[in-house]
Ligand binder design. Structure first.
Ligand SMILES: *Cc1c(COP(=O)(O)O)cnc(C)c1O
Length: 400
């Protein structure tokens, strides 16, 4: 056994009659409420001014985010989904195919659908479940032959940067814009460079399970001034100001109140990400050598927000599958989620298109992932106890 020193991992799993490691229960996420004094001051200022939308706070957030991400343009929107929809509308995907991973959150595909596009799914790699550039190229070729393709989308899953150089080459080969669903990746870096400046645009989510939080909100980052302008127009109905709308836009504005929360949340982001990374490193050290367990692998020089702490489980080597592991963790009091399962192409909403391309790797990986609790103020004792739970379950996996 990996743990023989009498540590917490040495006992019998709770699923087999041992004492639960978290009898009080452990949720998957806990939102850290930022600096309340500054937030209260900002909210008070906004409420007193009466300017609840289209005001200075959203502009201040856009400027602060642009500086953090080192991109010229950031447009704040109501959420990541609406940001993706507006970008795809600007790319003219209506009536055309959009290539994207199936191993992603459903909103990636929903955005293409709402923009009038048709999702075509491509595979992810096995080492960090981000879009596989070779299969993306195959899906683009397929889509081109099948009637036309207008965009390539990729997701920085769990905060792990995609292979942005290969994906850009692939997009360029087919002459399509590359749009990143960067919902998890505000603060991730590719070879030192912030996620936010890659592809034609990158769209972040500020919903409560993400790393920067506005309650609800999104940010579109781009180097393309014309695209930024179109998304700015699109978030306000497509109305340039004279009520003579130039295209059918959305109401996808972020309110001043949400922007205030995001600004305060952004301030402490570097420390939060550093702490998350340290907790993941402590976890990785404690489970090192356990058979059949891997964490998403970062490329040399890359860094992740570790939006999620997700285990990749090889059921044959580990001794049981993710469903059994999740149930055994539940017995310890630990919440977990099979995130992302089922893959998008296997969801009811996309049944019509499920058979367009075979996705064996995606289906295998969706079966192998299990996300365990992590939050920005989790202490090391807690993360090590989660690791101990995994270790002792694995030690008895044949009976789990
Ligand atoms: C959360 C999430 C979204 C949706 O973000 P919203 O801000 O809730 O619209 C999109 N893509 C991924 C990968 C997500 O995790």
């Amino acid at each position: 056994m990996a743990v023989t020193d009498g540590g917490a991992g040495a006992g019998l799993p709770a699923a087999l009659g041992g004492t639960a490691l978290f009898p009080e229960g452990l949720p998957l996420t806990r939102v850290q409420v930022p600096d309340r004094a500054e937030l209260d001051r900002r909210l008070d200022g906004i409420l007193t001014s009466g300017q609840l939308t289209n005001g200075d706070t959203v502009r201040e957030l856009e400027e602060a985010a642009a500086e953090f991400l080192d991109v010229p343009h950031v447009v704040a929107v109501s959420n990541c989904t609406s940001g993706l929809m507006l970008a795809l509308q600007a790319f003219g995907v209506a009536g055309h195919r959009v290539v994207m991973p199936s191993f992603t959150f459903s909103a990636t595909a929903h955005a293409a659908h709402w923009a009038g596009g048709r999702p075509v799914f491509a595979e992810v790699n096995e080492h960090n479940v981000t879009l596989d550039p070779a299969d993306a190229a195959a899906a683009l070729a397929h889509s081109e032959a099948a009637g036309g393709v207008k965009a390539l989308m990729a997701t920085h899953v769990y905060g792990t940067p995609c292979d942005v150089e290969e994906l850009q080459k692939t997009a360029d080969d087919y002459g399509v814009p590359l749009l990143y669903d960067a919902a998890h990746a505000f603060g991730s870096r590719r070879n030192g460079q912030p996620i936010g400046g890659f592809g034609s645009a990158e769209v972040f989510s500020l919903s409560p399970t993400k790393v920067v939080v506005a309650a609800e909100g999104g940010l579109v980052a781009t180097r393309d001034a014309a695209l930024a302008e179109q998304i700015r127009l699109g978030r306000g109905y497509g109305n340039p100001g004279d009520y003579d709308c130039v295209f059918p836009g959305l109401n996808a504005r972020m309110s001043e109140l949400h922007a205030a929360l995001a600004l305060v949340s952004l301030r402490s982001l570097p420390e939060r990400i550093a702490h998350r990374g340290a907790m993941v490193a402590a976890f990785a050290e404690r489970v090192a050598g356990l058979p059949g367990l891997a964490l998403p692998r970062l490329a040399e020089g890359d860094s992740s927000t570790w939006k999620d702490l997700t285990l990749i489980i090889d059921p044959d080597e580990f001794g049981c599958g993710t469903e059994a592991l999740g149930a055994a963790l539940k017995a310890e009091g630990i919440d977990s989620r099979r995130y992302f399962y089922p893959a998008v192409h296997l969801q009811k909403a996309y049944a019509e298109w499920a058979g367009e391309r075979a996705l064996p790797v995606t289906e295998k990986m969706a079966d192998r992932v299990l996300t365990v609790p992590l939050w920005s103020h989790m202490d090391e004792a807690t993360v090590l106890r989660i690791a101990d739970a995994v270790v002792r379950i694995q030690g008895h996996a044949d009976r789990i």
